[in-house]
Design a protein around this ligand. Sequence first.
Ligand code: HEC
Ligand code: HEC
Ligand code: HEC
Ligand code: HEC
Length: 352
Amino acid sequence: MFDDPIMGPRRFQIIEKNGLKIGVTAVLGKSLQKEYFPEESQTDIKISDPVEAIKASLEKLKELKPDLLVLLSHASMDESKEYIKQFPELNIVLSAGGAEDPDDKMIMEGNSLLLNVGHKGKYAGVVGYYDVKEKPYQFELVDLDNQRFTETKRMQDHMQAYQNILKESADEVFGSLPEAFHPSGSTFVGVNECRQCHKKAYNKWKTTRHARAYLTLEEGPLPEHDHGNKKPQEWIPRIHDPECLSCHTTGWEAQEMYPYDSGFKNAEKSPYLKGNQCENCHGPGNKHVDLEKIWKKDQKKVSMDDILAQRKHMHLDKTMAKDVCYRCHDLNNSPKFNFDLAYPLIQHIGKD
Ligand code: HEC
Ligand code: HEC
Ligand code: HEC
Ligand code: HEC
């Protein structure tokens, strides 16, 4: 799969378009080298000095006599400026190390154009080049929203291939996640237990999107949430992807993206933990459930202290709720989250 140009890094490439020869090379800056490949991980990978790497690539590229030299700089803006200083022959430097959502300003560093294209593939930097002395460059930062742009088949195939790998090597994938027990010492039992005694809460929860969170991974978003432009068959199921399961199922450390020992594993082993259920907010409930079941039958068989301690463990109120929401409604996944507007949509009153 690494023969594919999307996945396989090349040192450089010549692209010919409209009679123009564009030489492109890419580099990973020192600051990001450390972040992506901490020293202990550098056993199988050799990482060269970025300046040496650019130098070597440019030497080879120049032999091919390109009209324009472009550097894709996976580095901070400061590092990118430093590369321009060292290699003023670079015509265009696209830096991925600036703001996540940049403006579309063109920065001239000497004779080189330095552009900031943001993070996470949210934007495409489109450069127009005209063979004129005055203002040879135009730049537009194009927001890759899903209204003007649909998925490309090649990327979809990659996504599918990745999901297939996750599915086929699920044992290995899950084996590589930390083994964790919930700090409370309790285990996750699932909403079908809770609903037996908390009909009001259950009936409310069932109507919220929390109840459909797993279905979203399986079948995609509701059409009305996706501007109606994603046909269901284009959705690639993510039900084996820990980076999605962590907030769309029950019993995970949502931010760290690993399941607790009794948390959701897959639809066969733990179907009762699909979706964002009661216990993600209230905490795992096996002890509460066991005690309440006995108490219901024979109040003499359990101590009231134990019962109350477990009810307290399950207790939440509005002031505690905010922190619970932010575990999943973070800036990446729920950027427009507004607690005061969201809370009434999920609030459930009644202990019976
Ligand atoms: C066998 C019955 C039973 C089951 C099953 C059960 N509960 Fe309860 N739960 C109770 C009773 C009884 C109370 C106390 C109600 C009261 O104070 O009026 C309670 C109280 C609570 C409270 C309120 C605590 C407080 O005082 O604010 C929460 C939250 C709660 N349960 C969550 C859950 C969750 C989540 C589950 C599923 C994991 C669950 N319960 C399963 C019987 C049950
Ligand atoms: C850190 C928690 C978290 C992770 C991880 C996460 N999500 Fe979500 N996801 C959310 C939250 C919260 C919402 C609701 C956001 C909103 O509407 O404001 C959401 C909403 C969605 C929606 C929109 C559903 C609709 O009907 O509008 C889709 C689709 C989705 N997530 C898919 C995924 C996929 C695929 C992954 C893995 C790549 C993923 N999520 C990982 C928390 C998460
Ligand atoms: C998104 C988080 C979240 C989910 C999911 C959730 N709850 Fe709650 N629940 C809360 C919060 C927060 C409160 C406190 C409500 C308040 O004081 O306004 C609460 C209150 C309660 C209460 C006490 C109600 C009262 O009148 O005092 C019970 C019982 C309860 N939840 C049970 C459940 C059950 C059962 C489920 C699953 C069917 C569930 N909850 C799902 C957050 C959640
Ligand atoms: C374990 C993760 C998790 C927690 C904790 C959580 N949510 Fe969510 N929430 C989600 C996911 C995932 C979705 C999207 C579900 C879907 O549509 O697939 C969502 C969707 C929603 C939605 C519907 C989308 C919208 O903006 O209208 C509301 C409202 C909401 N959550 C409110 C809350 C509130 C309030 C809290 C805290 C009391 C909370 N959630 C806690 C994961 C979580």
